[in-house]
Design a binder for this molecule. Structure first.
Ligand SMILES: O=C(O)CCC(=O)C(=O)O
Length: 265
């Protein structure tokens, strides 16, 4: 792979990333965003954290996970564009929209986005395919969803980067007893995976079918990524349907987890 200077990946890198995505549902483009662009996003992510995390886990916009002791921790913002003009502009970034249109082969719209912080000690995600969580809500098949994940921090293998299993993309896999939407870890033993150690500004493209997972953050810094999921524009209600279903699902889940009021703001 050729890698251009930051913020100016070579045309061949972009083309290669898209070609890999079309072939196997996964692609990587190094240096898509410049250091200045990433600085702006990092500053905005700091502002959003200060402004919103005080509301706690009762706010359904705030994603929760557990730390290694099992304590609830605040982990991400989802959705983001209605509270941040800066990130709203990223969703409409012409470079990203062109990549999504090229990968999906048609005009696109944004179904969802999230900003994950993953502070040190925060657990990652068990193996899953996004389509198990998004298709029932949005009606869009996983093969027609391109998620673009933008690295805001350096992600090493210690900070819990995302690990992808492209060869399992079209293979049926068993689910663990605890969560029928997930992929049983035993299905992944001995299977080749892609787990790039990203620099800020790198982007990963992946579709809704690919099993992926991430480990807990063992480093001493947060590992922020901003993920945007594009779908064909012929699903104009995808975003509304997705978030209506997600928010009511989260409301149900949090009744048992959170003391005090549950709200969305
Ligand atoms: O935080 C990560 O690296 C993975 C996130 C993820 O798998 C997801 O949001 O579906």
């Amino acid at each position: 792979m050729n890698v251009g200077v930051f913020g100016k990946p070579l045309r061949t890198d972009i083309e290669q990333g898209i070609a890999d995505y079309v072939e196997c549902g996964y692609g990587l483009i190094k240096g898509m965003f410049s250091p200045d662009e990433i600085d702006r996003l990092v500053r905005e992510s700091d502002r959003l954290w200060q402004q919103h995390m005080g509301a706690g886990a009762g706010n359904l916009r705030i994603g929760i996970r557990t730390d290694l002791s099992g304590k609830l921790v605040l982990d991400r913002l989802d959705p983001v564009v209605d509270i941040s003009e800066t990130f709203a502009a990223v969703n409409q970034d012409r470079r990203l929209v062109a990549i999504a249109e090229s990968g999906l082969g048609e005009a696109v719209t944004v179904m969802k986005e999230k900003l994950i912080y993953k502070w040190p000690g925060t657990r990652g995600f068990g193996a899953h395919r996004d389509q198990a969580y998004t298709t029932p809500k949005s009606g869009v098949p996983g093969a027609e969803v391109m998620t673009i994940s933008i690295a805001l921090d350096r992600a090493t293998r210690f900070s819990g980067p995302t690990e992808f299993f492209p060869t399992l993309r079209n293979r049926a896999t068993a689910a663990p007893a605890s969560e029928p939407r997930d992929v049983d870890e035993r299905e992944l033993h001995g299977v080749a995976s892609c787990m790039p150690e990203n620099d800020p500004g790198d982007v990963i493209l992946f579709d809704g079918q690919i099993p992926h997972r991430s480990d807990w953050n063992r480093s001493d810094h947060c590992r922020r990524i901003y993920m945007i999921s594009y779908v064909p524009a012929r699903y104009p209600d995808a975003r509304r349907n997705y978030y209506a279903a997600r928010i009511s699902e989260q409301k149900e889940m949090r009744r048992d987890l959170v003391e005090g009021s549950i709200f969305f703001e």
